[in-house]
Design a protein around this ligand. Structure first.
Ligand code: FAD
Length: 403
């Protein structure tokens, strides 16, 4: 009979690793199974929002992120032809968060930190090269089958968390629908050390630039700038990551005499989907396994980390006998509406704003941005929403503000 764990986590991305760490540091027995043979460096999330930093403070992750990241106290909305339209100053949130800024740091750095912390906890750690293939459950617990280089392995636990990403094997395997759609264009990411502050002196570290032909994001992280642009549906991924295509995108954004030095390039297929339910008996979905969205707003991973915080608090209390198992129902009740209402709809709206082609709607959009940039009350409401504070309050994960 295999040894029983309290929780088995499928997928050691940032969400699965955070789930495992939060449970293991409370003394629970956790198996964290990762398909890949070693840590994965990818070029997706780079923005951590203020309430995420607030919520991660207790476990030490915020201090680690602050040490590894770059504070972005303002963000800009721009137009490719007109330049800066509005600047959002996160200082408006100073009474709502201990961290009134965005923290720019790659997601793999958080994951690496979590792996290192897990390695310090006796009995915890990442089981690499463990691809979860099958999950079964009965009233007493779950059984997870993983394929490993040394053959199949069967693990038994009380609960399982599927944090195995947007293509989640576990979600498919337990038959949870993942309705929504796939964006026709792919998203191209490039990284360069070109000094954009010198070349475009009025930019800040987080810039969203609208354009009817080709919108773009310009994001500063500690050691480089990241550029995100859409790739038209007719262009093949391998052509889009070719140097000539990347160079022309960058030259289009900010012309320079020499080619751009490129450090990073990646292309992503992006979807808007939310799982029909976050729970099937003893198995819970979290992170991209539960919800996927475009990166315009930088909320997907932040939302996944909020899932991890919420779910592990509930699971730990039930496993430790401090809470009735019915408390587990509150996970979906609290987190799924946040994904539907805030994460999914906000990112859809952001994409429409950036790519709008109709001149009259574009004019109105830019007017709206100007108004937000010019009026402290509008800016405050906007910052509450885009930082995710508003949705975390509305769904009860953060206390409502008094007064
Ligand atoms: C271009 C881009 C930019 C983004 N920027 C931001 C941002 O700034 N802020 C933000 O909040 N979000 C952002 N996101 C979204 C963010 O990257 C994801 O939400 C985040 O990676 C989700 O983390 P996760 O741990 O749930 O899933 P993943 O990071 O996908 O990790 C899943 C893990 O599970 C493993 N796995 C898969 N299948 C199995 C299996 N069968 N068995 C075992 N292991 C398995 C995988 O190898 C992987 O390690 C961005 C996304 C893109 C595409």
């Amino acid at each position: 009979m295999p040894r029983a764990h309290d929780v088995i986590v499928a997928g050691a991305g940032p969400v699965g690793a955070l789930c495992a760490y939060l449970l293991a540091r409370r003394g629970l027995s956790v198996a964290l199974l990762e398909r890949e043979p070693a840590r994965v460096i990818d070029y997706r999330a780079s923005t951590f929002h203020p309430p995420t930093l607030d919520l991660l403070e207790d476990c030490g992750a915020t201090a680690a992120l602050l040490a590894m990241g770059l504070k972005a106290p303002v963000m800009q909305y721009r137009d490719r032809r007109l330049g800066k339209i509005a600047e959002i100053d996160f200082a408006v949130l100073k009474d709502d968060t201990a961290h009134p800024y965005r923290l720019q740091c790659e997601q793999f750095k958080l994951t690496e930190w979590l792996y290192a912390e897990l390695a310090r906890i006796p009995g915890a750690g990442v089981a690499f090269s463990h691809e979860v293939a099958d999950v079964r459950q009965d009233e007493a617990g779950v059984e997870v089958a993983a394929s490993t280089p040394s053959g199949p392995r069967l693990l038994r636990g009380r609960y399982a968390i599927a944090a195995d990403g947007g293509r989640s094997t576990v979600r498919r395997q337990i038959g949870i629908a993942f309705d929504g759609y796939t964006h026709p264009e792919q998203f191209l990411v490039a990284g360069t050390r070109h000094d954009f502050h010198a070349a475009m002196p009025d930019i800040c570290s987080v810039n969203y630039t609208a354009d009817p032909e080709e919108w773009f994001l310009l994001l500063e992280i500690p050691d480089m700038w990241r550029i995100v642009v859409p790739v038209a549906p007719g262009i093949e991924a391998e052509d889009a990551v070719a140097d000539s295509y990347l160079q022309s995108c960058l030259q289009n954004i900010c012309p320079r005499a020499e080619p751009y030095p490129l450090l990073v390039k990646a292309i992503y297929r992006v979807h808007q989907r939310v799982a029909a339910t976050y729970r099937a008996g003893r198995v819970f979905l979290a992170g991209d396994a539960a919800h996927v969205n475009n990166p315009l707003g930088g909320v997907g991973l932040n939302g996944g980390l909020h899932d991890a915080l919420n779910l592990t608090r509930r699971l730990a209390a039930v496993i430790e006998g401090k809470s009735d198992p019915r408390a587990l129902d509150g996970y979906e009740a609290q987190r799924r509406p946040a994904a539907v209402v805030a994460i999914n709809s906000m990112t859809e709206r952001n994409k429409k704003l950036l790519e709008e082609r109709d001149p009259e709607i574009r004019r109105r959009n830019l007017e709206r941005w100007r108004a937000i940039g010019a009026d402290r009350n509008l800016m405050y409401a906007h910052a509450l929403e885009t930082s995710m504070i508003a949705s975390l309050r509305a769904t009860g994960m953060l206390p409502r503000k008094q007064g």
